[in-house]
Design a protein around this ligand. Structure first.
Ligand SMILES: Cc1cc2nc3c(=O)[nH]c(=O)nc-3n(C[C@H](O)[C@H](O)[C@H](O)COP(=O)(O)OP(=O)(O)OC[C@H]3O[C@@H](n4cnc5c(N)ncnc54)[C@H](O)[C@@H]3O)c2cc1C
Ligand SMILES: Cc1ncc(C(=O)O)c(CO)c1O
Length: 379
């Protein structure tokens, strides 16, 4: 798709330039909308480390023309391996289902370039303070902007969601994680299956976990998991002696993590919102459905729902947009709810440590194709 598409006279204002907001922006602009994205940050960048994407979001990258950019400098590891107390319990390859690992800044850049190429206007240092379901956003600057469609893609603390007053349930799980991007350190690690994703679980005498995710030849994402109430395990900067005593084979990469700038421990959060749209305002991504990361589908569902929102809003006549948005989320929501629930259960029972957990049920969302017009998300 290119920026030369005919404009359709309709305008969208989007709050948030994360994965959800940029995907919605690109898909809308490619369908003729004028689109403005407000990002409260002073710079357009994604903090955070690495990410696993599956077939569902990879299909979205193809559909919006971000595929080549995202595929460069990313990889498909040979296996997703699970180890418990140093012993390998499974090596999964998902039977050929496409999946990919990359850094978050890389994915963000691919989506940003795609949105800009489609003609999207992006304003940084522009905070949305409230939205009106009749089609309006108000900015911290005092300016008010009208739109045919308002998208709240402003993350777990969404101002669009909270100002409109959607009912919601939010809770925090007992565990959380500190994430790092470090050099691959292949030579220092020595011989081993270091191109695999390796989920290292230590359950006895205490829960400590390292999720090891190679993103390309140079960069490695590691996530160090510990309970919220484990002061030593959740401490930042990390307690290098503790982590290397439990995972000695990872010493070189743990050393790199110990000197990283500004590390932060994140507790897992879940948000369930009663509706995903009201009037001309719709919520996508973590604003609507923040989830635990166990099945690695937070960004995947964010991108999937952002894409299908753009398609549904474009297909509706302007007068019918409110009903179209309601139909959109009634169609797309059940599959997201299911993966959110499964991910929360896994966070609660640490069941991914059994290995071989990516069965047909748990891969439901990964296998979903949001670009297939015959899809049945509600099945
Ligand atoms: C530890 C961890 C690991 C994860 N691993 C994976 C994984 O492997 N695979 C996967 O698919 N998902 C993963 N996720 C989930 C994924 O990171 C999120 O679901 C995804 O980033 C959500 O994208 P988003 O665009 O909805 O929100 P965000 O990324 O939060 O983006 C929101 C944007 O809106 C901006 N903003 C906020 N408020 C305002 C405002 N008022 N006005 C203007 N701008 C505003 C913010 O600055 C930000 O840029 C993980 C999550 C965690 C916590
Ligand atoms: C890809 C992925 N999977 C599972 C988890 C997890 O914590 O369960 C995390 C990190 O938080 C991930 O980044």
């Amino acid at each position: 798709m290119s920026s030369t598409v005919d404009r359709n006279g309709r305008h969208a204002e989007i709050s948030g330039a994360g994965f959800a907001g940029l995907t919605a922006a690109a898909a809308l602009a490619q369908r003729g909308w004028t689109v403005r994205v407000h990002e409260k940050g002073k710079e357009l960048r994604e903090q955070g480390a690495g990410i696993v994407l599956w077939h569902n979001s990879l299909q979205v990258l193809k559909a919006i023309g971000a595929w080549d950019r995202a595929m460069s400098d990313s990889m498909t590891p040979p296996f997703y391996e699970t180890r418990v107390q140093g012993r390998t319990v499974s090596q999964e390859d998902f039977g050929g289902l496409p999946w990919r690992t990359m850094t978050r800044p890389h994915l963000h850049k691919a989506l940003l370039e795609t949105a800009l190429e489609a003609g999207v206007e992006i304003r940084t240092d522009s905070e949305v303070v409230s939205a009106d379901p009749r089609g309006e956003v108000a900015l911290a600057s005092g300016e008010t902007l009208k739109a045919d469609l308002v998208v709240g893609a402003d993350g777990v603390k969404s101002a669009v969601r909270d100002s409109i007053g959607f009912e919601q349930e939010r809770w925090k799980s007992r565990d959380g994680i500190t994430r790092f991007l470090v050099p691959r350190c292949k030579d220092e690690l020595g011989p081993g299956d270091w191109d695999n994703v390796i989920d290292f679980w230590n359950l006895e005498p205490r829960y400590l976990r390292v999720l090891y995710v190679p993103c390309n030849e140079r960069e490695l994402y590691i996530a160090l998991g510990a309970p919220r109430d484990d002061e030593q395990g959740s401490r930042t900067p990390i307690d290098l002696d503790l982590w290397t005593s439990v995972f000695p084979e990872l010493a070189p990469v743990l050393k790199a993590a110990a000197v990283a700038d500004d590390p932060k421990y994140y507790g897992y959060e879940t948000t369930v919102v009663s509706e995903w749209s009201r009037g001309r305002a719709a919520l996508v991504g973590d604003a609507a459905h923040a989830m635990c990361p166990a099945l690695a589908q937070g960004a995947g569902t964010a991108m999937t729902n952002a894409y299908t929102l753009a398609v549904a809003a474009t297909e509706a006549a302007d007068a019918g947009i409110e009903d179209a948005l309601t139909r959109w989320w009634h169609t797309e929501r059940p599959i997201t709810d299911r993966v959110q629930k499964r991910s929360a259960d896994y966070a609660a029972n640490r069941g991914m440590s059994k290995g071989n957990q990516f069965d047909e049920v748990n891969l439901e969302t990964a296998q979903y194709d949001p670009t297939d017009t015959d899809r049945h998300a509600t099945a």
